[in-house]
Design a protein around this ligand. Structure first.
Ligand code: CA
Length: 223
């Protein structure tokens, strides 16, 4: 899961980034309005953490930008302004949640998990595809009740396919979602092929009813 943190205060940026990375999220950061806007236009995120007071603009305008461009990325506002008007205004413009600074990291994590759960899991704690069950909060996968042991990227890949079943996922889309925003500058995306090959082997060994299908020149489907 990839998170964008738009925050100008270096200390908060570093602390939040390190904390979420330790929780196995991929964290991209933007330190001002302009960089945040560029990232929001160019990439997709599973959750955007948005500071309001930025040196060169207002986070609420970034939120309007996200909504006007019909992007579905969930947004949590992080604001120093703990006023009811600000909260109501943020939620009315379309933020999914609002957290007043200073906040506890544990609460931030709970809210991130909650918006992701609503977005991808219909609010449920588990997600199932055929005989595969994923438990995102603890990053575990079971097939027919037997745990499938996966490395970090294998888990991330499998989860991404399971929340997008039957869709053809482009290699660039997969790379950006799982390896990060600047992967489009990589020389080759062959590493995706090798991860899928390993994952496929593990799924087969564990009697998975779903398998990857290569879509020539484009990417993969999970059926
Ligand atoms: Ca700020």
């Amino acid at each position: 899961m990839k998170i964008l943190l738009v925050e100008d205060e270096p200390e908060i940026r570093t602390v939040v980034q390190k904390f979420l990375e330790a929780e196995r999220y991929l964290v991209e950061t933007a330190e001002n309005y302009q960089l945040g806007l560029e990232k929001i236009i160019s990439y997709e995120y599973d959750c955007i953490l948005l500071d309001i007071m930025l040196p060169d603009g207002n986070g609420m305008d970034l939120l309007r930008e996200i909504k006007n461009s019909h992007k579905k990325d969930p947004v949590i506002i992080l604001s120093a302004n703990d006023s009811v008007d600000d909260k109501v205004n943020g939620l009315e413009v379309g933020a999914d949640d609002y957290l007043a600074k200073p906040f506890h990291l544990a609460e931030l994590l709970a809210r991130v998990k909650s918006v992701i759960r609503r977005k991808y899991q219909d609010g449920e704690n588990t997600i199932q595809y055929k005989n595969i069950v994923v438990f995102p909060d603890i990053r575990k996968v079971k097939i027919d009740d037997v745990e499938l042991v996966l490395n970090r990227k294998e888990y991330d890949l499998l989860y991404y396919f399971i929340i997008n079943p039957d869709k053809t996922l482009q290699k660039t889309m997969l790379a950006e979602a799982i390896w990060g925003d600047y992967i489009d500058q990589a020389d080759s995306l062959d590493f995706i092929y090798s991860q899928i090959k390993n994952l496929r082997k593990k799924l087969k060994q564990n009697n998975s009813q779903a398998d990857f299908q290569a879509v020539y020149g484009i990417g993969y489907k999970f059926l």
